[in-house]
Design a protein around this ligand. Structure first.
Ligand SMILES: C[S@@+](CC[C@H](N)C(=O)[O-])C[C@H]1O[C@@H](n2cnc3c(N)ncnc32)[C@H](O)[C@@H]1O
Length: 348
């Protein structure tokens, strides 16, 4: 069932952990119970309060029933002193919603404000994406993972608590400072996580880069990864660069591997919504074969015609097995802000 939510905090409280968050189902109604696990182990819920007031959620989802009382508090018995990754599956009557993940605040490294401003978003969004990776992308703890455009390692942090030490994580980015921070902070604690700077040009993120994206070969062998992801990366690249990256993704994916990427896809619905003034990304200015909100610096946000994008996928011998349309253009029911695609290889 399509649901959305987040954990606001996970806190140790003597022999228990306290979890506070919000969740709502797009079919209406609030969660009635929760299945909680810490790491791989199920834990007992000893106290649960649901239907707490949530004016901020109501403001964000005014037409969804139950958005005014979407908050909950859970107390669980977790005897161990370290609190591993917490996973909560909300139950709506008989149906399970999407899992919510969280860690205690002191387990999450914090980059400085400048780094967070560069990636343009909340570090907590990474927990939302861990859920998408697992539920929609089929990510498993033993898989080898590539994070294209890893930035400061935002998505890597929860992954580090999810992947087994034997699984390999590789991330690369054109922005040197983010990679340096992630190497210092994340790789030091998780040696199976490796970050790499590549001096590729992007007018918004690395304008003086020596290499062009269209000429850049990902620095990995063929069929090296089970799971590749790009969160808010193709939304900052031009059409020819995206097409080249799709072919590189195909090359480094194992035959049964998957790629999860986010995009801004302009279909009829998105165009109509934008035409009526809805949405937060005004992708109306033509730039090459894409559309941007900012003709002065198109790399700030670029979207593509959805039919063209599908043709590019086919040319790269990739197929979208799943497409979850996002809320960026003013849709009211959405799994995430940007559109999410899950890609698989086609052909031999
Ligand atoms: C909005 S940030 C998202 C960062 C990260 N994926 C996240 O979700 O936190 C966009 C990232 O794409 C990176 N980027 C832009 N062009 C790139 C390219 N051609 N290759 C790799 N990374 C690129 C930028 O440096 C920046 O870190």
């Amino acid at each position: 069932m399509l649901s959305r939510g987040a954990l606001d905090f996970v806190k140790r409280d003597h022999e228990a952990i306290l979890i506070h968050g919000w969740v709502l189902s797009f079919d209406g109604g609030t969660a009635t119970s929760f299945v909680v696990s810490a790491g791989d182990e199920p834990v007992d819920v000893v106290d649960l309060t649901t239907r707490q007031a949530s004016p901020d959620i109501e403001a964000a989802f005014p037409s969804i029933r139950g958005s005014d009382c979407a908050r909950f508090t859970i107390r669980c018995a977790v005897p161990r002193s370290d609190v591993p990754l917490i996973r909560i599956v909300p139950q709506f009557g008989g149906d399970g919603g999407s899992a919510l993940f969280g860690l205690p605040a002191d387990a999450i490294p914090r980059p400085d404000k400048e780094a967070v401003d560069v990636i343009g978003g909340d570090f907590f969004q990474a927990f939302e994406f861990l859920s998408h990776f697992i539920e929609h992308g089929g990510l498993e703890a033993s898989m080898d993972v590539l994070d294209v455009g890893c930035g400061v390692g935002r998505m890597a942090v929860p992954l580090a608590f999810f992947l087994l030490p034997s699984a390999r994580y590789e991330g690369f980015d054109v922005a040197e400072s983010g990679v340096a921070w992630a190497t210092n902070v994340i790789s030091r604690q998780f040696p199976n996580f490796k970050f790499r700077h590549v001096d590729v040009c992007n007018d918004a993120y690395n304008p003086s880069g020596r290499l062009q994206s269209v000429d850049f070969a990902f620095p990995y062998d063929d069929e090296r990864f089970d799971f590749v992801y790009l969160t808010s990366v193709l939304t900052h690249m031009r059409g020819p660069e995206v097409r080249h990256y799709l072919s590189e993704i195909r090359r480094v994916l194992r035959p049964d591997g998957r790629c999860l990427c986010t995009c801004f896809l302009l279909d009829d619905e998105a165009r109509q919504l934008l035409a009526t003034g809805k949405g937060t990304e005004r992708l109306i200015h033509l730039v090459g074969d894409g559309f941007t909100s900012d003709p002065e610096l198109p790399e700030k946000a670029i979207g593509f015609d959805s039919r063209s994008f599908n043709e590019w996928l086919a040319a790269a011998r990739l197929d979208a097995r799943l497409c979850l349309l996002g809320g960026w253009c003013g849709r009211e029911r959405y799994a995430s802000y940007q559109d999410i695609l899950v890609l698989e290889r086609t052909g031999a």
